[in-house]
Design a protein around this ligand. Structure first.
Ligand SMILES: [Zn+2]
Ligand SMILES: [Zn+2]
Length: 154
């Protein structure tokens, strides 16, 4: 009876002092715990950045984070690597060629539009975004603002 109470008290008094005072087996366990926590946190951040760069679909972004948080990275990460879209959003658009021809690509449906169009002629999606640095509008598919050169970060 008294023994089990003692174990509970030990667990609840975890502190940094105890952590660095730990030696031998318990130090190994403490370091292993930190590595596991680091692996989890970094995996979640990495997957979040990766899926945002790959798709605009909110349900897919939420589902990907669900995989690596709830299912744990060990199970969720391989599943995520299989189900994620193969290419990045920007790679799927022929924006380099289009820019040369004074055309912009609709990121929603892929239709080529004249540069001065505000909305896509095929699907009505807005084609321009507001620059975070100079507040002027420029085509969504540009890598950099055509007025001030600020990078197009989504
Ligand atoms: Zn469109
Ligand atoms: Zn700008």
């Amino acid at each position: 009876m008294t023994e089990s109470v003692g174990i509970v008290v030990n667990k609840s008094t975890w502190s940094f002092e105890n952590f660095f005072a730990a030696q031998g087996m318990s130090l190994v366990i403490n370091i292993a715990m930190i590595v596991i926590i680091l692996f989890r946190v970094l995996t979640i951040i990495g997957v979040a950045k990766d899926i945002i760069a790959r798709t605009n679909k909110l349900w897919l972004q939420i589902f990907s984070l669900f995989l690596v948080t709830i299912l744990s990275p060990v199970i969720g990460l391989p599943i995520y690597l299989v189900i994620r879209p193969v290419g990045y959003k920007r790679d799927r658009l022929p924006w380099r060629e289009a820019a040369v021809m004074n055309l912009v690509v609709c990121y929603n449906c892929g239709t080529l539009n004249p540069k001065d169009h505000e909305c896509c002629l095929a699907c009505g999606e807005t084609l321009k975004i507001k620059c975070k640095q100079c507040n002027k509008n420029y085509p969504h598919s540009y890598g950099y603002c055509s007025h001030c050169g600020a990078p197009n970060i989504e």
